[in-house]
Write a protein that binds this ligand. Structure first.
Ligand code: NAD
Length: 460
């Protein structure tokens, strides 16, 4: 085992054992300190996000910084309530007894985060972990290097290293970290790495949240209002250059409206990002050369209806629309995670079901339709992480909705109270007096069996 990591982790183990984090007022103070430190570092965070991903200030504020403020404020408003011991009704068999549930921290938690929303996806889980009284060791992504640096700076100025620490590096460091015994692992990233995390966690039976990805279908039926549909799809797909886990991956569009929708999608792309997108300040960049090459490889032999231009130097990749002619092509295999939008037409809705069911449970599913009952029935009868009727991505904007995947797209959920719940063990206990000890449950049962049955039937 790596010696310097061992001392980092031992420090956190000792910190948790000191029970300092059991004090709810202390947690509240730390969350307030975090909020203030982020507020005073806003400019540095925006600059780091711009340097890593070309994110504009507006996009960074909306999708990263504001999101984190809102999560901290929810925790601050509700923490006393969430941490309050809850009394529940007792049972006759236990009479007299007082029965309780308390939220107990798991202990030492490991967080591994990705590069696409590198600030938000590192801080949002941490807020819940701290609110619930845990320690956090964060390993942010090696790709979003500048944001990882600023995360390190913010967290080390707010927290003792025993409480929250940051370890920088790539898969080699993650692999070493996974050799240690953790009380909880929170991972956000790809399905393939998610499986590595799950295997490592299984060795110590460590509870785990896996926030993964997948191919998210977006269906547009013949009744959908074309203009607003195109606007909401273009926003959800091309924000952060399509590098969003819940962005629509591909469209399945009714044949009758396909051409109209394509025209409007192109019009919306131009309206949002201009017809010279490379100069548009609101449009981001692809994270690395490796990802640029992958995206480029997807366009080979495809029918490009719009876009397709790229520039390796500045990692610019134009918003691109592709008409899928072969469902077995590479573009329809794995998650695209970039600004390429494949379109598939259907004539009969049965084809939609077949196509959606062909893939494992997606992280998100979207349907655009003016038939609201039809939309509800469709979403309610298909498994997926989270989704929307007549919008994309925006279910993430409600902290009262748990966020997470199902099946291949992940396990566990967070946001708002769900994050606190994720990092808490809800521990039940009963409290009984010693001055009375009803004989009902003790043998011999011989002479009281019929009475026992009556009583038990009465209470069940
Ligand atoms: P990734 O799985 O390559 O990396 C994520 C983290 O895991 C990084 O910190 C990385 O250093 C670490 N890692 C990489 N290889 C590892 C290994 N072999 N062992 C241990 N750790 C390893 O993912 P990414 O490229 O950073 O992010 C993109 C993926 O994340 C996409 O699939 C996307 O859908 C998914 N994602 C999901 C969510 C969600 O909330 N469900 C959010 C954002 C991104």
């Amino acid at each position: 085992m790596d010696k310097s990591l061992k001392s980092t982790i031992d420090n956190q183990k000792n910190y948790f054992k000191s029970k300092k984090t059991y004090n709810v007022d202390f947690r509240i103070q730390k969350l307030k300190d975090l909020l203030n430190e982020i507020k005073s570092s806003e400019k540095e965070i925006e600059l780091a996000l711009f340097n890593d991903l070309g994110k504009s200030k507006g996009e960074s504020y909306l999708t990263e910084i504001h999101f984190v403020y809102s999560e901290i404020k929810i925790a601050l408003r509700n923490l006393k309530k969430w941490t309050k011991r809850k009394a529940v009704k007792s049972t006759l068999l236990n009479f007299p007894s007082s029965d309780y549930i308390i939220a107990e921290p798991y202990g030492n938690t490991l967080h591994i985060s990705p590069w696409n929303y590198p600030f938000q996806l590192s801080i949002a889980p941490l807020i819940g972990a701290i609110a619930a009284g845990n320690t956090v060791l964060l390993k942010p992504s090696e790709y979003s290097e500048q944001t990882s640096q600023i995360l390190n700076k913010i967290l080390s100025s707010v927290f003792d290293k025993g409480h929250v620490d940051v370890v920088l590096g790539g898969p080699d460091i993650s692999t070493k970290l996974l050799e240690f015994k953790w009380d909880y692992i929170f991972f956000t990233g790809s399905v393939s790495v998610g499986k590595i995390i799950a295997k490592a966690a299984a060795t110590n039976l460590t509870p785990t949240t896996l926030e993964l990805g997948g191919k998210n279908p977006c269906i547009v039926d013949e009744t959908a209002s074309i203009k607003v549909t195109a606007k909401r799809i273009v926003w959800g797909k091309f924000t952060n250059c399509g590098q969003t886990c819940i962005a629509p991956d591909f469209l399945i569009v009714n044949k009758k409206i396909k051409n109209d929708l394509i025209k409007e999608l192109i019009a919306q792309i131009i309206k949002t990002y201009s017809d010279d997108v490379i100069k548009c300040e609101e449009y981001g960049r692809i994270i690395s050369d490796k990802h640029m090459k992958y995206l480029n490889s997807l366009l080979k032999n495809e029918k490009i209806l719009h876009g397709g231009k790229f520039d390796m130097n500045s990692k610019f990749f134009e918003p691109t629309i592709v008409e899928v002619e072969n469902l077995d092509s590479k573009i329809m295999e794995d998650e695209i995670f970039g600004p390429i939008l494949p379109i598939i037409e259907y004539s009969d809705f049965k084809e939609v079901d077949e196509l959606v069911n062909k893939y494992s449970h997606p992280l998100a599913l979207y349907i655009f339709t003016n038939r609201s009952e039809f939309g509800k029935k469709f979403l309610e009868s298909h498994p997926f992480g989270g989704g929307a009727i007549n919008d994309t991505v925006m279910h993430i904007a409600n902290d009262r909705l748990p966020f997470g995947g199902v099946g291949q797209s992940g396990m566990g959920k967070y946001h708002g109270e769900s994050t606190f719940d994720t990092f808490s063990h809800f521990k039940p206990y009963i409290s009984k007096p010693l001055w009375i000890d009803p004989p009902l449950r003790y043998p011999p049962f011989k002479n009281k069996i019929s009475f026992l049955k009556k009583i038990l039937n009465l209470i069940s």
